[in-house]
Design a protein around this ligand. Structure first.
Ligand SMILES: *[C@@H]1O[C@H](CO)[C@@H](O)[C@H](O)[C@H]1NC(C)=O
Ligand SMILES: *[C@@H]1O[C@H](CO)[C@@H](O)[C@H](O)[C@H]1NC(C)=O
Ligand SMILES: *[C@@H]1O[C@H](CO)[C@@H](O)[C@H](O)[C@H]1NC(C)=O
Ligand SMILES: *[C@@H]1O[C@H](CO)[C@@H](O)[C@H](O)[C@H]1NC(C)=O
Ligand SMILES: *[C@@H]1O[C@H](CO)[C@@H](O)[C@H](O)[C@H]1NC(C)=O
Ligand SMILES: *[C@@H]1O[C@H](CO)[C@@H](O)[C@H](O)[C@H]1NC(C)=O
Ligand SMILES: *[C@@H]1O[C@H](CO)[C@@H](O)[C@H](O)[C@H]1NC(C)=O
Ligand SMILES: *[C@@H]1O[C@H](CO)[C@@H](O)[C@H](O)[C@H]1NC(C)=O
Ligand SMILES: *[C@@H]1O[C@H](CO)[C@@H](O)[C@H](O)[C@H]1NC(C)=O
Ligand SMILES: *[C@@H]1O[C@H](CO)[C@@H](O)[C@H](O)[C@H]1NC(C)=O
Length: 402
């Protein structure tokens, strides 16, 4: 494996969704242990994998703000109730294992088709994200968890093709296969997980609410986006670096919580009108690294729940200040949740918009054509959490206020 350089994983899309709940409160039922066969299967699964505290994937996990540690290390054999094990959730009545969260657990090894993991047929939620399963493929057996609602195989160094059997998970509401890539130094190639059956899978998973496929190599790109139109329950979609092109599909404005389409080749303009009421819960909107152009419509600045707005590395232009008429009709007071804003490397011009001073953590307006002065007075208390403020490469003048 020495010829492999594992990429240092960077966060392409900021995910704001909450992590899986790993334990649910249930009555004191120490008399009733977990099922013997499931306990055996779990121990076999644990023993089939090594623990590597120094893997690069653990560092990637730490950069996401989670503390990596070996959850399986505390799993004990004799007579113990596996429902109490770290990362395990059981149904309080049947005592079957219904949830397994081994994300960021320093696991290293492969998951072959005969792994005892696949005997846990009651699983509703499975999270193996941020472990090193190189050079495993995603086994077709993952399609056998017929009750699965959430599947998270993000950032695991899985290789090869996403199996068609994923389409057989009728209850799947959340699927995360993002960021499974590595550099094969022998062939000097950047390799991604491939998804040749994207259309079939997505058309069958009609209950999907969250879909994260960042850096997955979707084969039929031309028709893939239209296959997503029927996912009427979709709340979060992340397709960063998937090689999509053409105009932004209109159905994305029906997605209610998180939209990330960064690092593709989308072209054209943002629509001047959308149904804003549908977007009132939207927390994250990331279109950076495309070839979008034209003015940024004012509705984008009136989304009350937006925490993250990234439009950088596009050809957007025009002024961001809004005329008094528009301001009266649509005051910009709804951007009050914004924490991170990047508009860098576009072609914005005119004075700095006053509302940027409502952004609480990071502001990047570098590499544009903004002109004028910085405001001499601001409400500093609002900016006390600000960690980054970049105005470089503009045409601003005047004094830098103290
Ligand atoms: C609850 O479980 C603990 C062991 O985990 C045991 O010591 C205790 O007696 C139990 N209480 C009841 C009311 O069963
Ligand atoms: C642990 O992971 C690191 C980095 O990925 C790797 O260099 C090392 O060889 C691994 N250790 C073992 C025992 O496989
Ligand atoms: C899985 O199959 C491999 C051979 O392909 C074998 O070496 C291994 O023991 C099997 N594991 C289990 C748990 O049956
Ligand atoms: C998958 O798990 C990782 C690690 O816990 C987490 O950061 C990510 O948000 C999860 N994805 C989904 C869709 O919940
Ligand atoms: C699509 O879902 C149905 C019902 O869940 C299932 O019977 C069928 O096999 C799935 N199709 C594919 C291609 O997996
Ligand atoms: C994506 O898939 C195509 C077709 O299988 C392949 O030619 C290409 O090398 C893949 N790209 C990456 C980055 O894996
Ligand atoms: C969407 O669903 C309708 C009705 O079920 C179907 O006729 C149509 O082909 C589907 N569209 C796509 C792109 O899958
Ligand atoms: C958005 O969803 C509504 C139903 O909630 C549907 O009628 C409409 O066609 C969808 N719009 C697009 C562009 O998909
Ligand atoms: C601001 O948000 C409120 C409620 O979320 C909404 O009623 C109002 O129309 C919004 N204002 C603008 C300018 O969009
Ligand atoms: C900043 O947010 C506050 C609410 O937190 C709001 O009252 C104010 O109008 C906003 N200012 C701008 C310029 O959007």
């Amino acid at each position: 494996m020495g010829y492999l350089l594992r990429l240092s994983l960077c966060l392409l899309c900021l995910s704001l969704h909450s992590p899986l709940t790993t334990s649910s409160p249930y009555p004191n039922s120490s008399a009733q242990l977990c099922h013997e066969d499931e306990r055996f299967a779990m121990l076999e699964f644990k023993n089939s994998l090594a623990i590597n505290v120094s893997s690069s994937i653990s560092q990637a996990c730490a950069r996401r703000g989670q503390v990596p540690y070996a959850k399986t290390a505390s799993w004990k054999a004799a007579g113990s109730d596996c429902c109490q094990w770290d990362g395990v959730t059981c149904n309080p009545l049947t005592r079957h294992i219904i949830g397994l969260d081994l994300s960021c657990s320093e696991l290293q090894g492969t998951i072959p088709a005969n792994s005892t993991l696949f005997t846990l047929r009651h699983l509703r939620s499975l999270n193996l994200a941020f472990n090193d399963f190189y050079p495993s493929r995603i086994s077709p057996e993952f399609g056998r968890f017929s009750r699965l609602k959430r599947l998270n195989l993000s950032t695991c160094f899985f290789t090869g093709k996403v199996p068609l059997t994923i389409a057989q998970l009728p209850q799947l509401a959340s699927l995360d296969l993002s960021d499974n890539y590595y550099i094969d130094l022998k062939l000097n190639e950047f390799r991604e997980l491939e998804m040749p059956d994207f259309n079939v899978i997505v058309r069958n998973l009609t209950g999907l609410r969250e879909l994260y496929l960042d850096l997955v190599n979707v084969t039929s790109k031309a028709t893939a986006l239209s296959s997503l139109t029927n996912l009427s329950s979709l709340m979060a979609l992340s397709l960063s670096g998937c090689g999509f092109s053409g105009p932004l599909p209109v159905w994305i404005w029906n997605i209610t919580r998180e939209i990330c389409l960064s690092n593709n080749q989308f072209t054209g303009k943002l629509p001047s009108m959308v149904d804003i009421s549908k977007l009132s819960q939207l927390t994250s909107f990331d279109l950076s690294g495309n070839s979008l152009e034209g003015k940024v419509p004012s509705w984008l600045f009136s989304l009350p729940s937006l925490k993250v707005l990234f439009l950088d590395f596009n050809q957007f232009s025009g002024q961001l200040t809004i005329s008094e008429d528009v301001a009266r009709a649509s005051p910009l007071t709804n951007l009050s949740s914004l924490m991170s804003l990047s508009l860098s490397r576009c072609k914005f011009s005119g004075p700095l918009p006053v509302w940027i001073l409502n952004v609480t953590q990071e502001i990047d307006l570098s590499d544009n054509q903004f002109t004028g002065k910085l405001p001499s007075m601001v409400d500093i208390s609002k900016l006390s959490q600000l960690t980054s403020f970049d105005l470089s490469f503009n045409s601003l003048d005047g004094e830098v206020p103290s």
